[in-house]
Ligand binder design. Sequence first.
Ligand code: 3DU
Length: 221
Amino acid sequence: MRIALMSIDEARGKSHVILAIDEDEPGKYWSVLDGLGSMVKAVKLGWMAILSMGTSGVSELIRKNNDKYFIMDAKMADVNFINEKITRKLRSIGFNGVIIHGFIGSSNAPPPLLDIFVLVSMSQGPTLYDKSFSEALSYAKEIKRKGIVVPGNRPDLIRLARESFPMDVIISPGIGAQGGRIGCAVRSGADFGIVGRSIYESSDPVKALLELEKEAREARC
Ligand code: 3DU
């Protein structure tokens, strides 16, 4: 198992951006991370990373970027014993955290072998989560977790989630390319904005990241 040099709590004190990379080309993961260097404290990878690089490629990427915290956006939603097996595999690849769907409930959630982040709503919809946001929060509350995933383009939902989850790490996708503003998400209670295309498709990813961090520190809507 990889010993993480960066915990999400440490990253929380240093940065407000979790970098998402969802690319076809394996080289892009390496070049984006090399270009941003130690400015990035936490990275979210997903199925595109696994499908384009394979588990050994992802493992190598994580190993060579050992100063960062890595979350697998599995959007896990299977039954309990499968979820546990998947979580063990993800841990052996080197991930520190995993995102699961909240609707699966505590009986299907994996044991906290990694930091568990429970998704309670999505940044694009409508989805069933929108019809039952307060129930989604109740489901998440029953799950042993480190944090929750709340849309960065829905500051109203972030505020409600923060009221119910004062101690959770709130991570929020949907910033930039999907219309959310990181300053407003942080103002509303998010700890991190999850940002992909606005950084990795930018002609100047360093500048894009620095601007997002500045906007997050100012925390304005
Ligand atoms: O729109 P971006 O390029 O910044 O990417 C957003 C990332 O966040 C992407 O990896 C996607 O899988 C993830 N995500 C959402 O966009 C919306 C959600 O509700 C949950 C995760």
